[in-house]
Structures are given as structure tokens and as C-alpha cells.
Design a protein around this ligand. Structure first.
Ligand code: CA
Length: 225
């Protein structure tokens, strides 16, 4: 597996490279946006770690260019958490977002998770333990039927259709309210809270909906060993 590291902070790029190589990946570092864009068109990495702010072509442009021809997994890194909310809104097609400062260990874990998801070997949004039934507005959890409200069904469906994908509150809002109703972030938080409590009853101790600090939420099924 080949990971392209597009990062202009040389020290950071080197540390990432060491951790990724220890985890068994091959790596290639690009410190400059223009060079990265050229090389990414010629090579076929298995995943791209892409910094947002770069000398030359920026991360957003690189992500969009790569997406024109390739579905290669892309993890965007940014220095500001508010940037992630904006990036989600732009729908540039990255698979995950990591905010700096990060631990290299966390980056390796996220790389593994994204690759697993991409290869289809990770948990899909539906299993024997967890399956949404839209028609009946229920979710089956470990053989039990958990009834959902219309809003909860929409929220859960949106997130469970793309496990691991981060949704901002405003993205979730547009999914559940199609009538341009103005609702606050708090409304989403309160729906999520109720939904979590409901799911918790059927699967105590299992967390399906994860908060992503400063950004929003994502759905993930627990690992089944
Ligand atoms: Ca940078």
C-alpha cells in the first residue's frame, strides 16, 4: 500500500512517514502543491494525505482535480477546525478530515479505517446486529425492533448510508427539513441526543453515533471480533 503525503511542513511530513512506514505502508512525500498535483496525475497511490494550505496549488483544488479521474481515498488535514465545517459544505469529496495538531498515531488509525472502508472489508452500515427498515420506520438491533420518529429515521439513514463520513449540523439539517425551515444547531443536537438514548436502550454501551468535536456527527458500527 502506497500513501502519498502532501504536506509542506517538512518535519511533520517526516514524522508521518516514519509512523506510516512502521505500520507497513510505503510513502511518498510532496512538499509543494503544484508538484503534488503533477505527480498525483502520474502515480497511483492507495491513499492521499492532503494538507489544505500548501505553497502553490492548495489542497481543495488538488482534491477536486484528483476526484475528476479517481476515487482514491483522500484524508484532508487542516490547521483549523472551522475549516473542516467549510470543507464539508463544499463537498469536495474527501473521505475524512483531521485537524492539526494531531498525533501521528491517530493519523495511522484513520488511514487504516479509511482504507478498510474503501476496500469494502469494513463494517457496512447494515449487519445482522443493526439494520434499518425504512418502510417500517424501525431499526433492528440484535433482533429487537427499535421504533424511530420520522426525523430520527432520516438522521440515522443519512449517517448510516455512509458509515464513517462526517456530517456537519447544517448538512444534517438540510437532510431532515426540506421545507427551508430555520432551525438551530441545538435542534440537531437534541434530536441526536434522543436518538442515541433510544438506541442505547437496545444496545447498552454501544455507541453508533459519534460526535466529532467542533464539526458534527458520524455513524460507525462497533468492530465485531
Ligand atoms: Ca500547510
Amino acid at each position: 500500500m502506497n500513501i502519498a503525503i502532501v504536506e509542506d511542513e517538512q518535519k511533520l511530513a517526516t514524522v508521518l512517514e516514519q509512523y506510516l512506514q512502521q505500520a507497513g505502508y510505503q510513502t511518498e512525500i510532496y512538499n509543494d502543491g503544484d508538484f503534488a498535483l503533477k505527480q498525483l496525475a502520474l502515480t497511483t497511490p492507495d491513499l492521499i494525505l492532503l494538507d489544505l494550505m500548501l505553497p502553490g496549488t492548495d489542497g481543495i483544488t488538488i482534491c477536486r482535480e484528483v476526484r475528476k479521474t479517481s476515487e482514491v481515498p483522500i484524508i484532508m488535514t487542516t490547521a483549523r477546525v472551522e475549516e473542516i465545517d467549510r470543507l464539508l459544505g463544499l463537498e469536495i469529496g474527501a473521505d475524512d478530515y483531521i485537524c492539526k495538531p494531531y498525533s501521528p498515531r491517530e493519523v495511522v488509525a484513520r488511514v487504516k479505517a479509511v482504507l478498510r472502508r474503501h476496500s469494502g472489508t469494513g463494517n457496512a452500515g447494515s449487519t445482522d446486529q443493526f439494520a434499518l427498515d425504512e418502510q417500517a420506520a424501525i431499526v433492528r438491533i440484535n433482533g429487537q425492533q427499535c421504533e424511530l420518529t420520522a426525523v430520527e429515521l432520516q438522521l440515522l439513514k443519512t449517517m448510516a448510508d455512509s458509515p464513517g463520513r462526517i456530517y456537519s449540523r447544517s448538512q444534517l439539517m438540510t437532510k431532515i427539513y426540506t421545507d427551508n425551515r430555520v432551525v438551530s444547531d441545538r435542534t440537531i443536537d437534541s434530536h441526536i441526543k434522543k436518538l442515541r438514548q433510544r438506541l442505547e436502550k437496545y444496545a447498552p454501551g454501544t455507541e453508533y453515533i459519534h460526535s466529532v468535536y467542533g464539526i458534527g456527527y458520524k455513524f460507525e458500527l462497533p468492530d465485531q471480533d
